[in-house]
Design a protein around this ligand. Structure first.
Ligand code: GCB
Length: 597
């Protein structure tokens, strides 16, 4: 089992761990300049209230807040119980995701930094925590650069109409780059000796399941553990103990984890209860981790879950909703998961970055398959600096989400410029990095290049490509769709002898806009365009085509531009999560496909 730092356990409570949410209304200030603020003066007239979790952009009425790039400061005050200062309790803070670069201060003292907006991080606060009020201050910088993931750039332009240079900031993604403390913030305690990480690998053979585990206590001299396994009904199944934190549990009559709407009951999760013992053999820490047992495999034609062929009926998504921006919200999560069920979808791609842990926990327990993607969107250069950053984030993402049964595949990037010469070497390197940490899942990236000019797909396990027939390519020409898309899917499959997934296709539609015969931007055209694609999919399903994924689940926010009315309106649902006509068409299809499978 491989070790690297920077991943963290979900902050579940247990008999040895307490949690305290810091979500709520925090103080907030936009900073002009680059100096960090260890403590925010509450009396400062520019301090306003800001909800956490939420992106800050759409909360105020001020365009300078919405469009701000640079530093902002968040601050909150909290108390901890006296018992948390007993000298035997350690206190940590878990951030689900802060976009992009964060500097964290407790009572004016720097306690940590984190780079990257889409993976959780934790910081120990014990040494600087006070009895009485504690002040937590988080400086967040949302500027993306050519060496960050995703990439962005700032340009300074001399003009003949202004004495000052005109600064323009842009990023490489077409979605609005919502920023701030986007995901929940939680304090949690652990005993002095604690379970700090766990690695799990599962497999099965002849009806028996195997869970291989490695429990890390972040100590030089490992403590012993007892691991107990409970089934879905909380009945004891088996246990394993010993002087070491490494072991394998064997389950007779295993319940496998299966995808939603297959012949089997979906999302079966066991609970692995880890009991860590101190050197005097008393229990010091208890942590419970949900575990699903399943096997993924693939050949030149298809993907398999537990040796049964699987066809992905999916959607590309975004973390995006009114006012919250990219901010996590349980209401949106619950609604989205209900819509996924209503559609009959069995998969989604968290495009174009890893989503909140809470969302992925739902995917694990519902049996929804996930193509987990790094935040590398539209990479346009492949130098050493960006490669190092890509390596770092990829490793962190795999380490963080590797135990999830829902994760069916790793995607290294979305639509990089892999027609460039050095892109092949770049992606073959990343492919090897990914497989050096996880050999159990296929690795891919999503290309927008054509089969003839792409230089990197050949190194991948699965071909994933995005194509907008009768939209970007031959707009308005519905009659060509079937032949065009069929030809292209076949070309990829025949060229590389690998399973092919169409990870994006679709058309924009303005909800409520109709025409007969249909024209672009109407709901009717969106329906027709999808139906034309189905004709090709139905001829190729199981013959190289392993999945179809609609772009996008919802209409989502984009930067201001003249060719889109505030939204990328390719959603099956509006941003308010209500169906457009095409949603019913996809629902009919996905339910039929599910029945046939
Ligand atoms: C794409 C991108 C996606 C965009 C989409 C579009 O190819 O992968 O991020 O939103 O096209 O609608 O243009």
């Amino acid at each position: 089992l491989v070790e690297f730092s920077n991943s963290c356990l979900f902050p579940y409570e247990s008999e040895t761990r307490q949690t305290k949410s810091l979500n709520g209304l925090w103080s907030f200030k936009v900073i002009n300049g680059s100096s960090l603020t260890p403590l925010l003066e509450e009396s400062d007239k520019d301090v306003i209230k800001m909800p956490v979790p939420s992106s800050f952009n759409d909360i105020t009425t001020n365009p300078a807040v919405r469009d701000h790039f640079g530093l902002v400061v968040y601050q909150t005050k909290f108390f901890v119980p006296m018992s948390w200062k007993d000298g035997r309790t350690r206190v940590f803070i878990h951030f689900g995701g802060v976009h992009y670069l964060s500097h964290v201060f407790l009572n004016g003292i720097k306690v940590g930094t984190n780079k990257g907006g889409h993976l959780p991080f934790e910081i120990e606060l014990s040494a600087n925590l006070k009895v009485g009020a504690n002040i937590l201050t988080v400086n967040v910088d949302n500027i993306l650069t050519p060496d960050s993931l995703p990439q962005g750039k700032t340009t300074n332009e001399k003009t003949d109409w202004s004495a000052k240079n005109v600064t323009t900031y842009s990023h490489n993604c077409d979605y609005f780059d919502y920023a701030g403390i986007n995901r929940p913030v939680t304090l949690f305690t652990t005993p002095t000796i604690r379970i700090c990480d766990v690695e799990i690998k599962t497999t099965y053979k002849d009806g028996r399941g195997f869970i291989q585990y490695s429990i890390d206590d972040c100590e030089d001299k490992p403590n012993s553990c007892e691991v107990r396994l409970y089934d879905k009904n909380n009945e004891f199944v088996t246990s394993e103990s010993g002087p070491s934190s490494l072991g394998t549990m064997v389950i007779t009559d295993v319940h496998l984890w299966w995808p939603i709407m297959s012949k089997h009951s979906p999302g079966y999760l066991y609970t692995m209860e880890m009991n860590l013992f101190g050197h005097d053999n008393s229990t010091v820490d208890v942590y419970r981790q949900p575990v699903g047992i399943r096997k993924i495999s693939w050949n030149s034609n298809s993907l398999f879950i537990n040796n049964e062929e699987i066809y992905l009926r999916g959607v590309g998504m975004h973390e995006d909703s009114d006012l919250r921006g990219r901010g996590f919200d349980n209401v949106i999560l619950a609604r989205d998961m209900n819509l996924m069920k209503w559609l009959g979808a069995n998969s989604f791609r968290p495009s174009h970055y890893p989503y909140a842990e809470e969302t992925l926990n739902e995917a694990d327990s519902m049996g929804i398959l996930v193509i987990m993607e790094t935040p590398a969107c539209s990479l346009d250069q492949f130098g050493d600096k960006i490669r190092q950053e890509h390596d770092r984030i990829l490793k962190q993402m795999i380490k963080q989400h590797k135990h999830r049964p829902s994760v069916v595949m790793w995607s290294l990037a979305n639509e990089p410029q892999t027609d460039k010469n050095n892109s092949g070497e770049y992606f073959s390197h990343l492919f090897q990095v990914a497989h050096s940490y996880d050999k159990t899942r296929p690795v891919t990236f999503v290309t927008s290049q054509g089969c003839k000019n792409d230089k990197a797909v050949k190194y991948m396990d699965v071909v994933c490509f995005n194509r907008y027939k009768a939209w970007y390519e031959r707009p308005g020409r519905l009659e060509f769709i079937k032949d065009m898309i069929k030809h292209e899917i076949q070309l990829w499959h025949e060229t590389y002898s690998k399973p092919v997934i169409l990870t994006e296709y679709g058309a924009g539609s303005l909800s409520g806009y109709h025409s007969l015969p249909s024209t672009m931007w109407t709901e009717d055209y969106q329906v027709n365009l999808h139906e034309e694609h189905f004709k090709a999919f139905d001829e190729l399903r199981g013959k190289g085509l392993s999945g179809e994924m609609v772009w996008n689940f919802i209409d989502f926010q984009v930067p201001q531009e003249y060719n889109r009315p505030g939204r990328c309106s390719k959603g099956l649902f509006t941003r308010e999560r209500q169906p457009k006509a095409v949603a019913h068409v996809i629902r009919n299809r996905y339910h039929l496909l599910a029945e046939e499978s």
